[in-house]
Ligand binder design. Structure first.
Ligand SMILES: C[S@@+](CC[C@H](N)C(=O)[O-])C[C@H]1O[C@@H](n2cnc3c(N)ncnc32)[C@H](O)[C@@H]1O
Length: 456
């Protein structure tokens, strides 16, 4: 016997029975979401944007959401090793077969678990599953570029930077990582930020090198915490914090953040200036500069003016010659130091892009040099570990600008107020994930010679 509501007056008679398709199991929904996301990333879209769109389309329960993100990013992160295993099993690497390989090799899933995710698994993937279950990602026959999950063309360049440490460094560049934040000293202390985060169940610990850094495990929803909404914290890797702090901007100075983007380092610099003095944030991308506005407001920063500049020339800039005590050039780069956070970027960068970027970096440095007052400082930073974008760029700059000298990082380090001694040996702040637990990062501090006294 069935109980149905009587039809309302004027309504048509009993509705025909609705045959709803049974809702797919959560495992199958995860498989669909991950495979769709991988297809979108393969078509050239950025992984973080693809995942955001996936999560905007549907409110997944948090554990499903985090598994979709981890699997999608994991497959991109360890793609070279997954493909190596698939090819060995005679299966063409593509989103579905990579998904199967990831369940087996990354998650250690048994066949029954894989079949729950893919109830109608096609024959080639089923064969690959049979071959791969019980193995793990690493295998002694894998060439270095495969074991490191990096494109071939990058390997000699990374070898030039890391020498004997190539494999551990390359693997650390591609590993999963937690999340760093910076406490906003304009609004409180680092301890206060840790306590505020704890109210929302987010356990943060101080970072070792940055005096204002916080580190959390995993990827908690920081933007939902009171600490973030009230501007007590900003998401920023420890290495980026150090690059902003080593500029040594002081209250009352005139400071330029030349490639300010959405203002990550501008915010950190404003903190060291205690909101006093003039901090100008410029970028050729007006839209990115615009994204700094809510961040500046949330952080209670009052001393920043924004200025979008033409890609190569700008009349406003031409009037600023020698006008700044300090200039930061956080240059556009390959981002090889941030592959931990943006694993899809490593498959997109190319030797042609590197060539284009090194030329742009040199032009930006030359431009920025004219804006520093005699005796003032210029900090050049990249989130790259490639010598072409880092040390070699500075050496070429010094050859073109003999009026600048390198301030050894050991001397500039005091500006940071770090509880630790300078963590590098050379003249530059050259950080790596394996040695320092930060993103791969480079910063050089340069000082313009004081003007010659007037001839008498
Ligand atoms: C590494 S990002 C900056 C990140 C930013 N400083 C932060 O901490 O969030 C490099 C920036 O350089 C900008 N850029 C690229 N070409 C430029 C140019 N010719 N002049 C000024 N900025 C440029 C890009 O738009 C990008 O925002």
């Amino acid at each position: 016997m069935s109980f149905s509501r009587p039809p309302r007056s004027g309504a048509p008679g009993p509705a025909a029975p609705v045959h709803r398709r049974p809702r797919p199991k959560p495992e199958a929904e995860i498989a669909d979401a991950v495979i769709d996301a991988l297809v979108a990333v393969e078509s050239g879209r950025a992984a973080d944007k693809v995942l955001k769109a996936t999560f905007d389309r549907r409110k997944w329960p948090p554990p499903m959401r985090s598994r979709i993100a981890r699997l999608t990013l994991g497959i991109i992160r360890w793609r070279a090793q997954l493909d190596w295993w698939l090819e060995r099993a005679g299966c063409r690497p593509q989103p579905m077969s990579r998904f199967v390989a990831a369940l087996a090799l990354i998650e250690g899933a048994e066949k029954g678990v894989i079949r729950k995710h893919l109830p109608r698994i096609p024959t080639p993937e089923a064969h690959a599953m049979d071959e791969l279950v019980g193995h793990s990602l690493d295998h002694p026959d894998q060439p270095t570029a495969i074991a490191a999950n990096l494109p071939d063309w990058l390997m000699p360049r990374l070898a030039a930077r890391f020498g004997k440490r190539l494999l551990p460094e390359a693997q650390a560049l591609c590993a999963e990582t937690g999340l760093d934040m910076r406490a906003n000293i304009l609004k409180g202390s680092r301890d206060g930020a840790i306590a505020a985060l704890a109210e929302d169940g987010i356990i943060a610990v101080p970072t070792p090198l940055s005096p204002v850094g916080l580190r959390v495990e995993g990827r908690p929803a920081i933007a939902r915490s009171r600490a973030w909404r009230d501007g007590l914290v900003e998401v920023q890797d420890e290495a980026s914090q150090l690059a902003a702090l080593i500029l040594g901007a002081r209250p009352g100075e005139r400071v330029l953040d030349f490639c300010a983007g959405a203002g990550g380092k501008t915010l950190a610099i404003a903190g060291t200036m205690a909101n006093k003095g003039r901090l100008i944030a410029t970028d050729s991308d007006e839209r990115r500069l615009e994204q700094a506005v809510p961040r500046l407001r949330r952080a209670d920063v009052h001393n920043v003016a924004r200025h979008a500049i033409g890609a190569e020339g700008d009349r406003w800039l031409n009037r600023q010659k020698g006008a700044f005590d300090r200039v930061l050039v956080d240059a556009p780069c390959t981002g090889t130091g941030t592959f931990r956070r943006n694993p899809d970027a490593k498959w997109r960068t190319s030797p042609e892009e590197l060539e284009h970027l090194t030329a742009l970096q040199a032009r930006l440095l030359d431009r920025a040099a004219t804006l520093v007052r005699p005796g003032g400082r210029l900090v050049y930073a990249t989130c790259s570990v490639l010598i072409e974008e880092d040390d070699a760029q500075i050496e070429a700059f010094l050859a073109r600008h003999p009026d600048f000298r390198v301030v050894p990082v050991a001397e500039a380090w005091a500006a940071i107020g770090s509880p630790r001694p300078v963590p590098v040996d050379g003249p530059y702040l050259s950080l790596s994930p394996a040695l320092h637990g930060t993103d791969g990062f480079f910063a050089a501090v340069l000082e313009r010679g004081a003007a010659a006294p007037p001839a008498v």
